[in-house]
Design a protein around this ligand. Structure first.
Ligand code: ZN
Length: 288
């Protein structure tokens, strides 16, 4: 199972680890359940009704990873509908559209049947970097979504609070209800400086998304167990893992992506060893 994961994932660094199963996701219990329910409604029940989900939580808490895995599963052409999870082998999984979108607003992918594409799905998927998107791109996207096609349509609004900063939120978010589209939005609550409260999303803005979920941290022990799997997967050794991985989970403030940075660092050591010294001395962002 592990070797299959490695072959299918071009991500060579532990820091860019991608889940291959729902069990590869640590913490985020309600968030994961919500994503699994979306997959069930869309792929098993074949619903094409609008879904509007907003996930919030600190950076590296697993938002993007879970949303990408959900999109990967939604687009997978080779699903076991009794337990839907991205296969990692079909046309769409291999093309990594869940990471990149399909190229431009208007493209969508079609494919022929084959043994690896048993549950084909026609779709549009747009990834919108809200820090960079401009008015014209938004207008083009909305024009396209106005068409009444019945293929699966997904839009991922990454760092969605940036729309408000550019005063683009009204233009983009008002018509959310008009389209049969699955909207995934994510937003980190960022601290601008040490003595400033985290930036909160406007309530009206949040209310546009009926499905709202916050990231949840795993326990230290859960995160340590998950890190042990990552060490094994990436061929790293770790002395006294029962102690050191729990320590790493604590040092990383129980944030999976933070702990992975240290695993990444060990990956560069010629010894490929995750030492207690590295865990204690690693300069985390929140140490500064
Ligand atoms: Zn697949």
């Amino acid at each position: 199972m592990l070797s299959m994961t490695k072959t299918n994932s071009p991500a060579a660094l532990p820091g860019s680890f991608e889940p291959s199963t729902w069990d590869d996701i640590v913490g985020n219990y309600k968030f994961k359940k919500l994503c699994q329910n979306i997959v069930y409604q869309v792929r098993v029940k074949e619903s094409r009704e609008a879904i509007k989900m907003l996930s919030t939580g600190e950076s590296r808490g697993g938002k993007t990873s879970l949303i990408e895995f959900t999109i990967k599963t939604l687009l997978c052409c080779n699903l076991d509908l009794s337990n839907p999870v991205a296969c990692g082998r079909c046309t769409n999984c291999n093309s990594r559209f869940y990471k990149t979108g399909t190229g431009d607003w208007s493209s969508f992918v079609d494919f022929c049947d084959s043994s690896n594409n048993k549950t084909p799905v026609r779709f549009h998927f747009h990834l919108v970097d809200c820090a960079r998107v401009g008015t014209h791109e938004i207008e083009d996207l909305l024009d396209e979504l106005r068409s009444d096609a019945d293929e699966l349509r997904i839009v991922y609004l990454d760092e969605v609070h940036r729309l408000a900063k550019q005063s683009l939120d009204e233009r983009f978010l008002k018509p959310l209800d008009s389209y049969k589209v699955i909207w995934f939005a994510s937003s980190a609550m960022v601290k601008q400086s040490a003595n400033e409260a985290p930036q909160k999303l406007d309530k009206m803005f949040q209310n546009r998304f009926p499905l709202r979920v916050e990231t949840e941290k795993p326990s230290e022990l859960e995160l340590a167990g998950w890190l042990a799997h990552r060490c094994k997967q990436f061929g790293l050794t770790c002395d006294n893992p029962e102690v050191s991985l729990v320590r790493l989970a604590r040092r990383a403030n129980r944030i999976p992506g933070m702990a992975l940075q240290v695993i990444d660092r060990a990956h560069f050591e010629p010894s490929r060893e995750l030492t207690m010294d590295l865990i204690e001395s690693y300069p985390f962002d929140f140490d500064k």
